[in-house]
Design a protein around this ligand. Structure first.
Ligand code: ADP
Ligand code: TRP
Length: 320
């Protein structure tokens, strides 16, 4: 089985990225051949600062490796080190119905957030489909917000197969039911663009401050509190054992503990959870050339497959 996913280097990675995409991707390393890339072409739809793009791309590689991506098993590479994807995106765009892309939620959401409505932003899902199809991917681990993009990928693969014969495999999304949407400080989906994020490798003071600023209602300390819709409980469930979670839920219902104390417990658990990864991150940083070496090796493996698939595609459509 071939597993593939990508993440945009458009900012610092947060715990929504970790539980929604990175951890499932890392766990899947045991199940098959894994390909993970830094979607720098995609990030160009929002990042207009070349230094920031370069720096973020390295940071994403560093953070992914620190979190447990094993470069002996998984190929980690930059999307732009396989420029054939842009050729495939063009070919796919010639069969992509406008209406299909016009229905994409993420495009509409991005416009609503004030991003410029460029052709690149509109055809973002076509490039994403090319990313997935160019590696004959079977499974794509992503958070729930990317589900529609995988559906679009399947639609485009079917269109090509119907028009030109059997060219592409149909990929399946892998969405972890326990961590479909990680809430941010305000209870909405955690996202770097909403400013409600808790970063995986934020510094201690800032991380504590952010946890302490989780929005709660005004239930007084002594009163019972509702654990059901609490952001504190939802985030705590990501880090705590079953018993610890049950215990916190009981103390919510009992009353007598303020939200501030629960937040402190959440911070402690979160900080401890990422402690081995912070250590690993420090180690990686000591070897200046490590990340470049990993990315170069990953790009080579990715190119090997992309070249083969592209020859198949070019022949099927008549470019060879
Ligand atoms: P952001 O919304 O912060 O810009 P991205 O769109 O770059 O995040 O998402 C990268 C990956 O992380 C995607 O697979 C996405 O589904 C996942 N992801 C992002 N935010 C969350 C979240 N709050 N909960 C679960 N998964 C998430
Ligand atoms: N669109 C994804 C995101 O915003 C990133 C991405 C680009 C991706 N190409 C992909 C994810 C291919 C999975 C497969 O998170």
């Amino acid at each position: 089985m071939r597993i593939l996913s990508g993440i945009q280097p458009s900012g610092v990675l947060h715990i929504g990225n970790y539980f929604g995409m990175m951890r499932p991707a890392i766990e899947l390393q045991k199940e098959g051949e894994t390909f993970y890339f830094i979607a720098d072409y995609h990030a160009l739809t929002s990042v207009r600062n070349p230094e920031a793009l370069r720096e973020n791309s390295r940071q994403v590689a560093l953070d992914f490796l620190a979190c447990g991506l094993d470069p002996e098993r998984a190929a980690l590479f930059r999307q732009s080190d396989v420029p054939q994807v842009t050729e495939l995106a063009w070919i796919l765009s010639t069969v992509a119905p406008m209406g299909l892309l016009e229905r994409a939620h993420s495009y509409k959401d991005k416009l609503a957030r004030g991003l410029a409505s460029t052709v690149g932003l509109f055809s973002y899902p076509v490039l994403m489909a090319a990313d997935i199809l160019i590696y004959d991917s079977d499974a794509v681990p992503v958070g729930k917000d990317q589900k529609q993009h995988i559906e679009i990928t399947r639609d485009l693969a079917v269109k090509v197969n119907e028009t030109f014969g059997q060219v592409f495999k149909l990929p399946e999304p892998r969405i972890n039911p326990d961590t479909q949407v990680v809430p941010g400080l305000d209870g909405q989906k955690m996202s770097k663009s909403y400013g409600n994020n808790i970063d995986i490798f934020g510094d201690e003071k800032e991380t504590r401050k952010r946890v302490m600023s989780i929005v709660t209602d005004s239930t007084p300390v002594e009163a019972p509190k509702d654990p059901e819709r609490s952001t504190i409980i939802q985030l705590y469930s990501l880090f705590a054992s079953k018993d610890e979670l049950a215990d916190m839920r009981e103390r919510f219902k009992k009353g007598g503990t303020g939200y501030g104390d629960f937040k402190k417990e959440l911070f402690e658990k979160l900080w401890e959870y990422f402690s081995p990864m912070r250590k690993r991150r420090e180690e990686i940083l000591r070897d200046k050339s490590y990340i470049d070496k990993v990315l170069a090796r990953g790009a080579k493996r990715a190119n090997g497959i992309a070249d083969q698939v592209m020859e198949r595609v070019r022949t099927a459509v008549g470019l060879r």
